[in-house]
Design a binder for this molecule. Structure first.
Ligand code: FO1
Length: 372
């Protein structure tokens, strides 16, 4: 890390959804392996087995996509990150396992069990069965995730935002319904309808009673840097921040908070975040999303400046040159912009983005992100 002086290896927390989150985190790890390599020599052991670096990364993952299907607990974003960092992912689809087959899924469809349009691959089912078995034994999702990661060694500490079930429900128009609307689980809206049904609202069902999973608040409070991956600001980053306590922890951490725009030139990098942003009245632009997250309160009373889910949350914002015109407006809003190419097609390109996010953090704190 290019800090003024190299302190101890940093602890970095990443808030992430599935596909964008796993690709960004893979780049971050690649960068940290060059800046903070773990060597066999004693004293510079890997922070997390398989990480290859003495720096440590905690990924807090969205669980709003999670659902019970065919009696199994399916956790799309946790699994996308685990498989991608564990080198087991189907890179084309961005979800599920490489070299997958679908024999059991065909049987489930023949029985009318599950969703025929939501494919549970044979290898992927192994993950869902193992997780469901541990959940049935009374273990929390965070422990089941730890056990799954013991096999895949993703090189990060992967923690669900919450151990509670808080499904994201999408409200859509329905002429046959008494009040003219109905609610779908996010995955039905996203996969069956390809987000083509205009979303009137997103609801985190049961969120008021949810708590952050063990370790989430501590990781954020103790972090040297908090990063928002270029994930969906509404149903991935937004749903993590919607878990009571997490937005507050982000606003109050001593660490710089840097976010990477998931919007480039007015269009979403991947997925259908524009359909989500429209539903909450946020323009699909890099500057609108930054203002949605809001500048972190820095006044004497820590007053909140932003209009985001928890008020002001970020200190810095990486925008693509296509959105460079937005930079002055961000600066005025109290968010330090960094203009740099954000399209990434290789782990090296993503690593360079992560390196710039760290450099921006250091400029925001006018010091080194390495542990002081
Ligand atoms: N996405 C699809 O477009 N089609 C599918 O059949 C599908 C199945 C599936 C099974 C397990 C899983 O973990 C993810 C799956 N996804 C599928 C992707 C999923 O919609 C996304 O990973 C996120 O939920 C949206 O970001």
């Amino acid at each position: 890390m290019s800090g003024v002086e190299h302190g101890r290896p940093p602890h970095i927390v990443v808030l992430a959804g599935g596909v964008g989150g796993s690709r960004f985190t893979r780049g971050l790890l690649h960068h940290l392996r060059t800046e903070w390599p773990a060597s066999g020599a004693a004293g510079s052991a890997e922070s997390v087995p398989g990480s290859g670096t003495t720096a440590s990364v905690t990924v807090v993952a969205n669980t709003g996509d999670d659902l019970w299907l065919a009696g199994l607990r399916v956790c799309p974003d946790l699994d996308s990150i685990m498989y991608a960092l564990g080198d087991a992912a189907d890179e084309q689809r961005g979800w599920g396992r490489r070299d997958e087959s679908e024999r059991v899924s065909a049987e489930l469809t023949a029985y009318g069990v599950g969703w025929p349009w939501f494919t549970l691959g044979d290898l992927d089912l192994g993950t869902h069965i193992a997780r469901s078995s541990w959940l049935r034994d009374g273990l929390p999702l965070s422990e089941a995730t730890r056990r799954l990661c013991a096999r895949w060694r993703p090189g990060v500490t992967l923690i669900p935002a919450t151990d509670d079930e808080v499904p994201t429900l999408v409200t859509v128009a329905d002429g046959d319904a008494p009040d003219g609307t109905r609610q779908l689980h996010f995955e039905e809206w996203w996969v069956r309808h390809r987000a083509a049904l205009p979303a009137l609202a997103f609801t985190q069902d049961g969120v008021a009673d949810a708590r952050p999973a063990p370790g989430v608040l501590e990781a954020i409070a103790d972090a040297d840097l908090v990063l928002f991956a270029p994930s969906n600001p509404v149903v991935s980053i937004g749903t993590i921040l919607g878990i009571p306590g997490i937005a507050e922890a982000v606003r109050r951490t001593a660490a710089p908070v840097i976010a990477v725009s998931p919007i480039i030139g007015g269009s979403v990098v991947r997925g259908m975040a524009d359909a989500c942003l429209h539903a909450i009245g946020v323009e699909t632009s890099a500057v609108a999303v930054a203002e949605h997250y809001g500048a972190r309160g820095s006044g004497p009373s820590g007053e909140v400046h932003g209009a985001g889910p928890g008020g002001g949350l970020i200190d810095g914002w990486l925008v693509d040159p296509a959105d460079a015109a937005a930079a002055p407006r961000l600066e005025e809003a109290g968010i330090r912009p960094l203009v740099r190419p954000l399209w990434f097609h290789s782990v090296e390109e993503t690593a360079a983005i992560a390196a710039d996010a760290i450099a921006l953090a250091e400029s925001v704190t006018a010091g080194s992100v390495a542990r002081r």
